[in-house]
Design a protein around this ligand. Structure first.
Ligand code: GDP
Ligand code: MG
Ligand code: K
Length: 255
């Protein structure tokens, strides 16, 4: 199996990568960018693990973050290992949602559980798994706790159900319009995810589209942005999408 490790900056990615792979990683590179590509093989199973640059969003705001979209579109992999800082759940789940929307098999490792416990807090994993529709493992990468459970769960890497967030009528209409233009998408990725990422302004997505699709899709995005601003839904289309995810995360947090 080939897996990609993905998460926000500073959430324990390198710590987890090292404890999963030991000292056998080698550095390669991504075509076209200067960012290193770290590849290791997971202890016991020999599954391949690719380290991706830390990012807050799939929609890139730097070369580093662009690698994430590039890898999701072009790398061959069987699934994702999303590492989350359990002490900053509200911030981290924005990326998790975008990965769930891509509809690829995934396991979520909730890291920093030691720090969460020290704060006197706990996390209802079952509830979280149910609301996100994905399996999770509670870990403390620095203390080497839960690592075996991650390795144990990887073969069953799964999405229990397609994850679908409702973005409101204006954005949903735009998604439908874009979907009707998308004749072919990379087969391992969800067409709805491509549409949402296009609406968010993910340039990596436009690069993967044919020009014949790109021009009309950009027109839909511009029109939708105008509507969002006119209807006073948000100050921008990107902001409107962000707000919907935040609402969902707050609801999840409450429960
Ligand atoms: P990366 O930027 O995502 O690669 O994160 P690092 O692996 O470099 O870790 C960032 C910081 O978090 C380091 O100081 C780690 O020692 C610390 N860290 C990683 N995992 C844990 C954990 O499970 N608990 C605690 N308390 N700290 C951790
Ligand atoms: Mg790191
Ligand atoms: K390169």
């Amino acid at each position: 199996m080939r897996l990609m490790l993905i998460g926000n900056p500073n959430v324990g990615k390198t710590t987890l990568f090292n404890s999963l792979t030991g000292a056998n990683a080698h550095v390669g590179n991504w075509s076209g960018v200067t960012v290193d590509k770290l590849v290791g093989s997971i202890k016991k199973t020999n599954d391949e693990l690719i380290d991706l640059p830390g990012t807050y969003s799939v929609t890139p705001s730097s070369e580093d973050e662009g690698v994430v979209t590039y890898a999701l579109l072009n790398e061959s992999y069987d699934g994702l290992l999303n590492i989350v800082d359990a002490t900053h759940l509200k911030r981290n789940l924005h990326l998790t949602i975008q990965l769930l929307e891509a509809n690829v098999p995934m396991l979520v490792a909730m890291n920093m559980m030691d720090a969460l416990h020290r704060k006197g807090l706990n996390l209802n994993l079952e509830k979280l798994e149910k609301m996100l529709g994905v399996n999770g493992v509670l870990i403390s990468a620095r203390k080497n706790e839960g690592i075996d459970e991650v390795i144990h769960q990887l073969p069953a890497l799964t999405l229990k159900k397609p994850f679908r967030l409702y973005y409101g009528i204006t954005i949903e209409t735009a998604i439908s319009q874009i979907l009707s233009l998308l004749s072919e998408t990379p087969q391992h990725l969800d067409a709805r995810w491509i549409a949402i990422q296009a609406l968010e302004g993910n340039e990596g997505i436009y690069q993967s589209l044919s020009l014949a699709n790109e021009v009309p899709i950009r027109a839909i995005v511009e029109e939708t942005e105008r509507k969002i601003i006119n209807e006073k839904v948000a100050l921008s289309l990107k902001g409107a999408i962000f707000n919907k995810r935040r609402e969902f995360i707050h609801q999840l947090y409450r429960e």
